[in-house]
Ligand binder design. Sequence first.
Ligand code: ADP
Ligand code: MG
Length: 350
Amino acid sequence: MIEDKNPKRTPLSELGEFKLIEHLTEHFKITQKSTIKGIGDDAAVLDYGKKQVVVSTDLLVEGIHFDLSYVPLKHLGYKSVMVNLSDIYAMNATATQVTVSIAVSNRFPLEALEELYAGITTAAEIYNVDVVGGDTTSSTSGLIISVTAIGEVESDKAVLRSGAQPNDLLVVSGDLGGAYMGLQVLEREKEVFKVNPQSQPDLSMYTYIIERQLKPEARKDIIELLKQLEVKPTSMIDISDGLSSEIIHLCKQSKVGADVYENKIPLDPQVISTCEEFEIDSTTIALNGGEDYELLMTISQEDYPKIKGNPNLTVIGYIAEESRGMHLVTRAEEKIPIIAKGWNALNNQA
Ligand code: ADP
Ligand code: MG
């Protein structure tokens, strides 16, 4: 499905490990004050002064987390940085550096890795982080990418999962379910393509949800918005596995319960129409579909006037005492317990 724009295929064996690393990394510049030494020594040297440092790692494995038959390598590079930056922003921190480690089989030519690194470079430039190191090794089959993101936060500003209090508002950024429905469309087109490789799918009615799946954006803008509004959430988490499982994480760690209103959950019209087409319930998708990389937070009632009417933030419910449990209040005003169905990379992906 992805046309090969770059037909040249240079075997990695032609370069060897050191030339390959040099080739992939020589263009990375240092822009962060905290980066003292980046790529090129045994370790990077970072200095955050009085700030606290936050660190997060993710591992992406071909065949488990991504399928190269419809994921362009450039998008994969971009997304592998995004999923990590999202974790840094979920701490209310600013991302400053990443390291990128890859394991590749000889199935990949140099040009494929150049594409991957083009995506990584774009992400680093747009989100203003330095690439300060990594590791490169071989793999017998697929591609494995591990990114570690590092960020900084003033010592009283870090937001944990554990700070939610009864009566706080439950707030979500953006809209939900898009990335999962984008994946459904891509999987369907892959099946069509297997049967008829000549088919040229018209995906124009799915552009938003496909972009949500292939090229997600971490919500750096929301962290900046909260700062500008002078709102410090009482707790926060990024939505990588689906709203229900993130609500459960927040509530368990904060020892509270919650009521979430079905009619408040923000959905893009394209998510609603694609759910209708696939005959799936859009609320189920918003609750259990993964990879939206929005932020779920709790905000004290006092701060409500500051966020009221902001198109980027939606109040979807309230925090309650732990003994009240966690519930979805449906449009029919029924209360259904929230359970962790979640989106599980171990059994839900091709
Ligand atoms: P070492 O033998 O100490 O592991 P390497 O030769 O693997 O050193 O790496 C040399 C430099 O290049 C180091 O600064 C390392 O962090 C960086 N590096 C290695 N692989 C990558 C990669 N895939 N992406 C970014 N930087 C890398
Ligand atoms: Mg190494």
